[in-house]
Ligand binder design. Structure first.
Ligand code: SF4
Length: 311
């Protein structure tokens, strides 16, 4: 368990009242609790900065509230739908764009998933379902396997994608029953982990990623560019190299979504652009993530204009 929070002043406690503090023990063990700048600590520690109101930072930055087609189902882009199957997470990332989401009325079992399954079944243009949350791997293996089986019964679906931070924050979750549940249908399984810093990738995490790959799951990573966590080139190079060395492709590097309470994590666009150009100069192309941001109403994520690119 993490130690008693050392520098939790009254305002930080107030921040934790607004968005609770949650850190799994395996993650807490990787933190140097005496270092206020520890990159893992910074991602999870409540702070007074969260209480500041900053223009442009809102409780629903991606305008998701009220956009569900049926409970739990969002369609942002053509050919894919996002199915939120859990409102819970093993960790509370202070910069999370859904930190104000109450996750009301999310489906959670066979009966409540039925409307979403029917909605997907009636649209043959949908080829991929993205399981999201919260964290979809908070759902028990048995229920998850049932859901995957139901999705696989929809003929026009081809791929199952899971967005989860669980393999990074609680690697024991990657067990035999989970792997079986994700891989024993005709759907091509893709798992997108969320890792922001190479220090998150300890031996247990890397072993879990290897189990996913050995089971035939394509593993990708997405990161968020966070001030004071990974906003320097050496840190990003170390992250990308560690990922690629373990056969995980860096997929996206997201600019921070402007969610209320997280403005202190923002890295400005010019700095982000300079960092990616440096990554392009130092890494093979396949090891450089796409620098993107999400804008409500766009038909895809928006790539940040790099101006000039290197060969
Ligand atoms: S794991 Fe993902 S959804 Fe959960 S708090 Fe962190 S960023 Fe948000």
């Amino acid at each position: 368990m993490p130690p008693a929070l050392p520098d939790m002043d009254a305002e930080a406690r107030q921040a934790a009242d607004l968005y609770s503090w949650r850190v799994p023990s395996v993650w807490a063990k990787r933190i140097d609790w005496h270092n206020p700048n520890d990159p893992l600590r910074r991602q999870v520690m409540p702070s007074a900065a969260e209480l500041q109101s900053v223009a442009g930072f809102t409780v629903d930055p991606l305008a998701e509230h009220g956009e569900q087609r049926v409970p739990g189902l969002l369609q942002k882009y053509a050919g894919r739908v996002l199915l939120q199957v859990s409102g819970h997470c093993p960790i509370h990332c202070r910069y999370c764009f859904r930190r104000h989401d109450t996750y009301a009325n999310l489906p959670h079992d066979r009966a409540t998933w039925a409307p979403a399954l029917q909605w997907i079944a009636q649209d043959p243009s949908i080829h991929e379902v993205v399981l999201s949350g919260g964290d979809p791997l908070m759902v028990a293996d048995r229920h998850l396997a049932e859901l995957v089986q139901s999705l696989a019964a929809i003929p026009h679906l081809l791929r199952l994608r899971v967005h989860s931070r669980m393999p990074v924050v609680a690697p024991k979750r990657v067990g035999v029953r989970l792997l079986r549940g994700l891989t024993t249908t005709r759907l091509t399984p893709v798992l997108v982990i969320h890792c922001n810093h190479a220090a998150e990738l300890d031996a247990a995490v890397l072993a879990g990623l290897a189990r996913l790959q050995q089971a035939g799951i394509l593993v990708l990573n997405q990161s968020v560019l966070l001030r004071g966590v990974n906003d320097d080139a050496d840190t990003l190079v170390a992250l990308c190299e560690t990922l690629v060395n373990h056969r995980v492709l860096p997929y996206y590097l997201h600019l921070l979504d402007p969610v209320a309470g997280a403005a202190h994590f923002q890295v400005d666009r010019e700095r982000a652009r300079a960092l990616i150009l440096e990554l392009q100069a130092r890494l093979p192309g396949y090891a450089v993530p796409k620098l993107v941001w999400e804008q409500p109403g766009q038909s895809s994520k928006v790539a940040v204009d790099l101006g000039k690119t290197l060969a």
